[in-house]
Design a protein around this ligand. Structure first.
Ligand code: F6P
Length: 326
């Protein structure tokens, strides 16, 4: 590939805290390497609608601490079509961009891979999602902040749960993965964690909670991943009633609060490190990879791999939930 003179950068899919920190790192590293940067608004939709804006060191000032994404984000239906991707390619050329950095999750990288196949255009990805469900990186940008948001909320709910001697089913995000539920469940001492990766047996859950009651544990927190096979938290509460008992049960769905807020120190750190590494990767002639971090080291993972491989949940940690409740 010839010398890179100008790159485009966008954020796509669900926003995550730390996307701004990653953007800042990309822009400032590129500028330091004499590369011009265009920001693309609203993810792939902005590529198609030609929403390019010039970025400078100043345009990314005072954003490292801000949640969300100043570039805005979207899930583009049009980019799923051959015509949409063709228009996006033409706009990249029109704006004289030689490469693209995309910050997002699984869907973002799937789009990137098809685009590269069709147009042979260099793209490097950065893992930005609260779900932490991307193969090839220990942590995604935003996961740590989301965990902190969840445990802060759960700690508060535990106060009222203990006071009223209630069982709370608290539903967290994660799409079809249980990383948020498991990690935050351990961090807030949940009595049970229900994740999509493991079949949920409501009868077993009911008898477990009954045995806790017998041991004079009068309140419990159950973390429910939204993708659990027994359904959402409301449905699980209803199912529990079928097995009788005197439980006083409540449901809280944490929802989009998990996506917002100031990024944690950890998310700002990995976003900055990986943002710089993304520009380095392009300078190193990489064309179709996600930058990740494994064992604290930056790694390059081909899009093909990160899309096809499934990131395994450490199910041993579910045993730890049980052990710590014994
Ligand atoms: O991928 C991030 C995520 O927050 C998932 O955890 C959740 O299932 C989904 O996005 C929600 O998407 P939306 O904000 O479009 O409803």
């Amino acid at each position: 590939m010839g010398q890179i003179k100008k790159i485009a950068v966008l954020t796509s899919g669900g926003d995550s805290p730390g996307m701004n920190a990653a953007l800042r790192a990309v822009v400032r590293k590129a500028i330091s390497a004499d590369i011009k940067v265009m920001g693309v608004l609203r993810g792939y939709a902005g590529l198609i609608n030609n929403e390019f804006i010039p970025m400078s060191s100043k345009t990314v000032g005072n954003i490292i601490q801000r949640g969300g994404t100043i570039l805005k984000t979207a899930r583009s239906e049009q980019f799923r079509t051959v015509e949409g991707r063709k228009t996006a390619y033409e706009n990249l050329l029109k704006n004289k961009c030689d490469a693209l950095i995309v910050i997002g999750g699984d869907g973002t990288f799937k789009g990137a891979r098809i685009f590269i196949e069709e147009h042979n255009f260099p793209i490097v990805g950065l893992p930005g999602t609260i779900d932490n469900d991307l193969y090839g990186t220990d942590m995604t940008i935003g996961f740590d902040t989301a965990l902190n948001t969840v445990i802060e909320a759960v700690d508060k709910i535990r106060d009222t749960a203990a006071s009223h001697e209630r069982i709370f089913f608290i539903e967290v995000m994660g799409r079809d993965a249980g990383f948020i539920a498991l990690r935050s469940g351990i961090a807030c001492g949940a009595e049970a964690v229900l994740v999509p990766e493991v079949h949920t047996d409501i009868k077993e859950l009911h008898s477990r909670l009954t045995s806790y009651m017998a041991k004079k544990k009068t309140s419990s927190i159950i973390l429910v991943a939204e993708g659990d096979d027994a359904g959402g938290a409301f449905q699980i509460k209803e199912e529990m009633k079928k097995f009788g008992g005197e439980f006083d049960m409540k449901v809280t769905v944490l929802g989009h609060i998990q996506r917002g807020g100031r990024p944690s120190a950890y998310d700002r750190y990995i976003a900055s490190k990986m943002g710089v590494a993304a520009v380095d990767a392009l300078l190193d002639d990489q064309r179709s990879i996600m930058v990740g971090m494994i064992n604290r080291k930056v790694v390059h993972v081909p899009f093909n791999k990160t899309i096809k491989h499934h990131k395994e949940l450490d199910q041993q940690m579910l045993n730890i939930v049980d052990i710590l409740n014994s």
